[in-house]
Design a protein around this ligand. Structure first.
Ligand code: O2Y
Ligand code: MN
Length: 596
């Protein structure tokens, strides 16, 4: 397919605007083929941007610039027409002013480079829940990562040309090769020139200056969460920062669960978990994002809009996540900011092997004696979901999977029990709205201070968070809805001496089993002031050896602890002003009253 052959005026005009402004040397349409993927990887090996690994097969190392290693929230903007619509939890810029600034920044931004046109689908292209996007980028690294993380094909371009709605995504690393400037392995712009911007009213994303992860792979956080959350609000569906897993009982009964945890709380590990309880099976649908729509039967059906995993490498091992290790070991993986073994293999902190010598992510020789991290703490693997040995056969089902339960959670050392079922939908929305992690003594604010991350959407909601709470409440009022049950889980409870009270990992399947039982009416709960907790004996603890005092702490209501955190919840809610739904203050007042 050639750009000259396009007939859709809106598409052609948009493409031509950016080509004329950024003046790339050439334009290439990405077709999602293995041949084009290989060609781009080979070109990056030749330029020094990629190193081909000895093992796993068909896999590559990339090392970023030291200043471009993660999402940059303070350079991420919601450019809604009205500032109020971005809300208190987002940075805002006026859309017209931002576009005017881009008209300068992008002038000649792609000189000496290729502009790649990436037509992609979020979700199976034939799914009624899927949405399309086109990303223009001057980064071949972004192209190959997008080929793993989304479904790229010229068929998508054809459908868009035929009039199908799409999200306009524009990206440049912000490093034009003007004059006789030579290219470098990881081109990017200084932090004050980086912009990751979202235009919710026109469904556009424009990103400048960063080549890393969520800043540059625009299908992920920018589209699938920030823009999609606005689309979902307007169209009556849900775009959530949630893993989706399939749970099968020994009797062969199946339930699907979606779970929201803040970044770096082990979502990928839970999505691929190996249960320790006999006969139970966990399979993966997705590890980061869920898009959900009501079916005719009133159930919420979820798809994973992504096609790959962009997982945090450090901490991933055969102990923490054997299925992620098996996925990446099957090859076709891009490792970013990991360390390299002398044999051309990969390493990171808490990897299963114990190396004597490495080349670290900054390309310097490394030995354990150096005392530094060999891999960057936000080092990543990009790997195809289809390679995961526990991917559910229906993970790409266009109709999605029916969700029986939502899980919320954070890192709470104190107060919050192992599992707590919401009394009803409104109470569940309150649980999501008050999701928080506890800061350590070393962090700003100190021990006991909560960092609120409502629904794990704090950095990802594309509109006012108060309106987002309202949207959740409205979902609960959908006519004929068979709503998922809502649970709050906490794997991170500690004793006074700092030890973890709960073993976590595969033993979290015990909590999933109780949740499964709550959904089909077979597990018993006791009603308490904070919600429904497992009745004694209803949580499967066979084969575990947890001290009685630890179990008691995990499964009881710490009334004093809850009362002590109420002022923090109050202060959290005050941020949302008049947009905080009255139901949330009512839930808070009711909780206070129940605690006595
Ligand atoms: O650091 C980045 O650019 C990526 S952040 C990320 C990547 C995959 C899944 N989740 C996240 C996150 O921050 O929630
Ligand atoms: Mn995430």
């Amino acid at each position: 397919m050639d750009i000259k052959d396009l007939k859709n005026a809106d598409l052609k005009e948009w493409l031509q605007y950016w080509i004329d402004l950024a003046t790339p040397d050439q334009v290439v349409i990405c077709d999602g083929s293995q041949a084009q993927y290989n060609e781009i990887c080979n070109m990056m090996v030749a330029s020094g941007a990629f190193i081909k690994m000895k093992w796993p097969l068909n896999s590559y190392f990339a090392r970023s610039d030291k200043s471009d290693v993660a999402r940059v929230e303070e350079r991420t903007f919601i450019c809604a027409n009205k500032k109020e619509d971005a809300g208190p939890t987002n940075y805002w810029k006026d859309p017209a002013e931002m576009k005017a600034e881009f008209a300068e920044l992008f002038k000649g931004a792609m000189v000496g480079r290729t502009l790649y046109v990436i037509p992609f689908s979020m979700g199976h292209p034939d799914s009624p829940i899927a949405k399309y996007g086109i990303e223009l980028t001057d980064s071949p690294y972004v192209v190959v990562n997008m080929c793993i993380m989304t479904r790229v094909s010229t068929e998508i371009l054809k459908r868009v040309d035929d009039g199908r709605e799409f999200v306009k995504c524009v990206h440049s690393v912000g490093y034009p090769l003007d004059g006789d400037k030579a290219d470098i392995p990881w081109p990017s712009a200084p932090v004050e020139k980086k912009y990751i911007t979202h235009f919710p009213e026109t469904r556009e994303i424009i990103s400048y200056g960063s080549g890393y992860g969520g800043n540059a792979l625009l299908g992920k956080k920018c589209f699938a969460l920030r823009i999609a959350s606005v689309q979902a609000r307007d169209e009556g569906w849900m775009a959530e920062h949630m893993l989706i897993l399939k749970l099968t009982s020994p009797e062969g009964e199946v339930k699907y669960v979606a779970a929201a945890f803040p970044s770096a709380c082990g979502k990928t590990n839970l999505a691929m978990m190996e249960p320790t309880i006999p006969g139970w099976k966990v399979e993966t649908i997705g590890d980061d994002i869920a898009w959900m729509k009501f079916g005719e039967d009133g159930q919420l059906y979820a798809i994973n809009p992504e096609a790959g995993f962009f997982g945090v490498a450090p901490g991933t091992s055969m102990k923490s996540n054997p299925n992620a290790m098996r996925t990446i070991n099957r090859g076709n993986t891009i490792f970013t900011n990991c360390a390299m073994t002398p044999e051309g293999g990969v390493w990171w902190e808490d990897h299963d092997s114990k190396p004597e010598f490495l080349v670290d992510w900054t390309r310097r020789p490394w030995t354990p004696a150096k005392g530094t991290k060999a891999a960057h703490p936000n080092a990543r693997f990009t790997t195809p979901a289809a390679q995961c040995p526990v991917i559910a056969p229906e993970w790409e089902a266009p109709e999605g999977v029916p969700i029986s339960a939502f899980l919320f959670g954070g890192r709470r050392r104190t107060v919050v029990p192992l599992v707590n079922e919401a009394m009803n939908w409104e109470h569940g929305v309150f649980m999501g709205a008050t999701m928080a992690s506890e800061m350590t003594a070393a962090a700003l604010g100190g021990a006991g201070q909560l960092r609120f991350d409502p629904f794990a959407m704090l950095p990802f909601c594309g509109y006012h968070m108060g309106d987002y709470f309202k949207h959740w409440l409205n979902i609960g009022k959908h006519k004929g809805a068979k709503l998922p049950k809502i649970f709050y889980v906490n794997w991170f409870r500690r004793g006074e001496d700092g030890h973890f009270l709960w073993p976590g990992f595969g033993d979290n399947s015990r909590v999933l089993k109780w949740i499964f039982g709550r959904c089909n009416g077979t597990a018993k709960a006791k009603a308490t002031a904070i919600g429904n907790l497992p009745e004694a004996g209803s949580l499967d603890l066979n084969g575990l050896n947890i001290p009685e005092a630890d179990l008691k702490a995990l499964l009881e209501v710490d009334c004093k602890g809850w009362k002590d955190v109420l002022p923090q919840i109050e202060a959290h809610f005050e941020k949302f002003g008049a947009k905080l739904p009255a139901e949330m203050n009512k839930q808070l007042a009711d909780l206070k009253a129940r605690l006595g």
